[in-house]
Write a protein that binds this ligand. Sequence first.
Ligand code: SIN
Ligand code: FE2
Length: 215
Amino acid sequence: MTFDLFDTLPPMPEQFIGARSIVLRGFAQAEAPALLAAIDLVLAASPARSMITPGGRPMSVASASCGDVGWVTDAQGYRYAAIDPLTRAPWPPMPPALHGLARRAATAAGFPDFAPDSCLINVYAPGAKMSLHQDRDERDLAAPIVSVSLGIGATFLFGGLRRIDPAQRVMLGHGDVVVWGGDDRLRFHGILPVRDAVHPLTGRRRINLTFRRAR
Ligand code: SIN
Ligand code: FE2
């Protein structure tokens, strides 16, 4: 019998990146095909589009939402809206597969009873990025953020509570889930420009799902 070192490693290691911040490696990997099928249906109804920042710049990611409300940005600012400004219809409902994953990930990270009412879908083509920011448009900051990475990889920046605080660089791959909340809820975070790659399930795309309790 041969002894393989890797057989002794846990299959799903957790990595704390803050006292209340954790990377659940591969947590969504097994269900990724079902998640992507559900995401395709959402995006068929509410297409991912580049939104305009309050400063007038188009974002490099293409975004859409599902759930009771969706995060939007335009010249009027950042906010949650029940109506998709592109289709002028309500956002598609949150598919049960997405809601269930978010709840299980939150529970695994020490936040039981997470009831997300909004899921932002960010589609990154090679070169797209997300500048350092806080998620602070939600009414109740007691609920955590659950962030799911699918497709090609990216470097996640995880900073502190002040913009000037140094940021950790965390590689995120297909199926990784990051959860942060509690005293870490308002930590700055972002994504470095995505490098070109191909993933068998998403092609040359990274898809991020961000689940939040917005209202
Ligand atoms: C975000 O903070 O809105 C997106 C983070 C990510 O794409 O991983
Ligand atoms: Fe964010």
